[in-house]
Design a protein. Structure first.
Length: 215
């Protein structure tokens, strides 16, 4: 079996089993992931996503997304805003973060395989690419990661929000893994591995936010 992120062969071993699924971990990139036979169908995913009630006038949700916007602000201010382009990847049915970045003067585009499947926006590069609470849903994250490497312009920033794996003991009681659509779990070491391999400077401004600046 190959790791769904780094594609290393025969580097994964058992990590955890609960009542619903088995989880494996790659010893090369540290990714923890659901064993393939337990991956949900597209129909199941869509049913779950349709239950989300995020909206543009939800102050709590805007505050939550501020954890990504706040560390991006210095990058936005350092560049003349009208010249900045951005893509919110995995924006969901309500692209609130894209709206917030537009308010900051960033020329935003959106993409989501379920709600905004516009492949033409994936044909160019951007100064800012955001992926909030989406990367943990990727069944084959090596595909999206290769796409991110093309989407982020040199000197640009990839901003990701996802809760990170800490250790086996805490994983066992971690509520985050119980969402049936959460199938790929990243650790700090996973992002450091990707940064070193693909030419990014990485920082961790919050316990569920990572910024990767392309060299």
């Amino acid at each position: 079996m190959s790791c769904p992120l780094c594609q290393s062969a025969n580097t994964s071993s058992h990590y955890h089993t609960d009542k619903k699924r088995e989880y494996l971990q790659c010893c090369e990139c540290d990714l923890v992931y659901v064993s393939p036979e337990f991956l949900p169908s597209k129909e199941t995913e869509k049913q779950e996503y349709d239950l989300h009630e995020n909206s543009f006038d939800d102050d709590g949700y805007r505050k939550f997304l501020g954890k990504v916007l706040t560390p991006l602000s210095p990058f936005i201010k350092a560049t003349k805003a009208p010249e900045l382009s951005g893509l919110d990847f995995g924006c969901g049915p309500a692209p609130v973060l894209a709206s917030m970045l537009s308010e900051e003067g960033v020329n935003m585009s959106i993409y989501d395989p379920f709600y905004a499947a516009s492949p033409q926006v994936l044909e160019q590069s951007y100064n800012i690419v955001t992926c909030t609470e989406a990367i943990e849903h990727f069944h084959s994250p090596h595909k999206e990661w290769a796409l991110f490497n093309k989407l982020v312009a040199p000197g640009g920033v990839l901003a990701i929000m996802t809760k990170r794996v800490l250790d086996k003991a805490r994983f066992a009681s971690w509520h985050y893994k119980n969402d049936i659509t959460h199938v790929s779990f990243f650790s700090k070491r996973t992002f450091q591995y990707l940064a070193q391999r693909d030419g990014y400077d990485v920082s961790f401004p919050a316990n569920d936010v990572v910024l990767m600046k392309k060299r």
